[in-house]
Design a protein around this ligand. Structure first.
Ligand code: NAD
Length: 499
């Protein structure tokens, strides 16, 4: 059995805690590797090495730092197939989807090549007599990222690329479910020219996370994962005086207006609801048609599309729409919620419960499900299912649909399908959700914009990637300077207005 490692000081390092986690192949249910779970002391040692290396890296000019990312992008493209295969084997998503996962991270690394421009400060010439004032953005020092299983390439890169471009050292604690790709990314960063110690991958579970939260050297923490853990990390990290941003779970709605192109809406819902087995924080899990006729038409269009979905292992290539879910526990939770939906009175229009795949009986495959007549009181509406289950909530008017989404505790992504510009504009302006799609079901912003949800989907002030990341991973220092020619008036005992 393969034994994975940590990545410390530019090398693979064996785990020393004696504790390990199993890494599965979700398509077969087999344990394919074991990952070391770091102790508090192992984490602390990784942080100390990072802190020592960061001093020189922080003083390296931003253009040289950016060149490492430039080379990293080239290496990612070179190794795309290998990375995608490893990612699919541990996560279960299809190979094209795994490539998308890598690509969306790569694009953030590309954006970070612009670090010299993004890190430029502000300067006021002659703010007073002989006085110049300037502000600079300096790295925080050592920062950490704690990332989820569902995007094992993209989210680590969203975190470490800007942090490192800003001159920080980075401690990555990836998901213990699929840690191989993060380790491969660290190897590539070294090959791209990153000095040892600047990117440390510390594998682990709650013990390593708690050690990060309480570590005195770590200055900033970026987290992505479920909402209860996001709230915990935000609370404890902030209480310890750190800069923290946490991105949590989601329940993304798609409003379908009566004037929408129904074929387009149904195609969008199938891709956004069932792609990656629904294990995306931007997956659409609630369809909200406006008007009974729209709802009936939508179900009529959805059912045959859903029944045609091909579920299978990534090794089946293009012949598969989505793969297994991540663990046996995840499968059990999804099927438990499906049962609760039936008991609480929702109508199961497509029933994926009996799904079996010959030769893969031990894999964590879940057939697609479609519920109609779902109400906001049901558990399938209230909870994030994170599986291939789409719920339809019928509404009578645009205002009712808008209110439904606004009252939901999550606020990650949302979409509206309509041909009416006024409705789309009113919706985009009033909705209390961070990322909005107009006839676009999964409105994930590109690297040069920023990504972040509202309400219980995001905690902290700044978003991920784009210009916000450069603010998050730096702090401002402002210098007021006067040279001897201006120091002729003797001491000052009060704040003087600048002439
Ligand atoms: P998770 O919360 O279980 O785990 C995320 C990270 O937290 C992992 O690194 C894990 O090791 C750590 N962790 C887990 N339990 C912990 C505990 N008790 N104490 C300390 N650390 C702990 O999430 P997941 O299952 O890996 O990922 C799926 C979740 O992530 C979904 O809720 C999804 O919506 C969310 N997500 C959100 C975004 C976003 O940008 N908002 C993006 C992707 C995923």
């Amino acid at each position: 059995m393969q034994e994975l490692t940590h990545w410390i000081d530019g090398k693979h390092v064996k785990g020393g805690s004696g504790r390990f986690g199993d890494v599965y192949n979700p398509a077969t249910g087999e344990v394919q590797a074991r990952v070391p779970l770091a102790s508090k002391d192992e984490l602390a040692a990784a942080v100390r090495t990072a802190a020592a290396a960061q001093v020189k890296w922080g003083a390296t000019n931003p253009q040289r730092r950016a060149r490492v990312l430039m080379e990293f992008v080239r290496l990612l493209n070179r190794d795309m197939d290998k990375l995608a295969e490893t990612l699919s084997r541990e996560h279960g998503k299809t190979v094209p989807d795994a490539k998308g996962d890598i690509q969306r991270g790569l694009e953030v690394a590309e954006f970070c090549i612009g670090a010299p421009h993004l890190l430029k400060g502000e300067f006021t010439d002659a703010a007073g007599p002989g006085i110049d004032m300037y502000s600079m953005r300096q790295p925080l020092g050592v920062v950490a990222g704690i990332t989820p299983f569902n995007f094992p390439a993209m989210i680590p890169m969203w975190k470490f690329a800007p942090a490192i471009a800003c001159g920080n050292a980075f401690i990555l604690k990836p998901s213990e479910r699929d840690p191989s790709v993060p380790l491969m990314l660290a190897e590539l960063m070294k090959e791209a020219g990153l000095p040892d110690g600047i990117l440390q991958v510390v594998n682990g579970d709650k013990e390593a996370v708690d050690a990060i939260l309480d570590d005195e050297i770590i200055q900033g923490i970026g987290f992505v994962g479920s909402t209860p853990i996001a709230e915990y990390i935000y609370g404890r990290g902030c209480a310890n005086g750190k800069r923290v941003q946490c991105f949590g779970g989601a329940k993304n709605h798609m409003i379908v207006m009566p004037d929408a192109d129904m074929d387009q809406a149904a195609d969008a819902l199938v891709g956004a609801g069932y792609g990656a087995a629904g294990e995306r924080c931007m997956a659409v899990s609630v369809a909200v048609p406006v008007g009974e006729k729209t709802a009936d038409k939508l179900v009529e269009k959805l059912v045959p599309r859903i029944e045609k979905l091909k579920v299978g292992p990534y090794t089946a290539g293009d012949d598969v729409d989505y793969g297994p879910v991540i663990t046996a526990q995840a499968k059990e939770k999804i099927l438990g919620l499906v049962e609760s939906g039936i008991q609480q009175g929702a109508e199961l229009k497509v029933d994926g419960r009996g799904f079996k795949l010959q030769g893969y009986e031990d894999g964590y495959f879940v057939g697609p499900h479609l519920f109609d007549q779902v109400t906001p009181q049901m558990d399938i509406y209230k909870q994030e299912i994170f599986g291939p289950v789409l719920c339809q909530v019928r509404t009578e008017s645009y205002e009712e649909a808008l209110k439904l989404a606004m009252d939901n505790e999550y606020g990650n992504g949302i979409a509206i399908f309509t041909r009416d510009g006024d409705t789309a504009r009113d919706f985009s302006s009033r909705i209390n959700v961070g990322m909005v799609g107009v006839n676009v079901p999964i409105p994930v912003p590109l690297a040069y914009h920023t990504f972040g949800g509202w309400k219980k989907s995001g905690f902290g002030d700044l978003n991920q990637h784009g210009p916000d990341a450069f603010k998050f991973y730096t702090r401002t220092k402002t210098v007021t300077a006067r040279w001897p020619s201006g120091l002729k008036e003797g001491g000052e005992f009060h704040f003087k207005q600048m002439d």
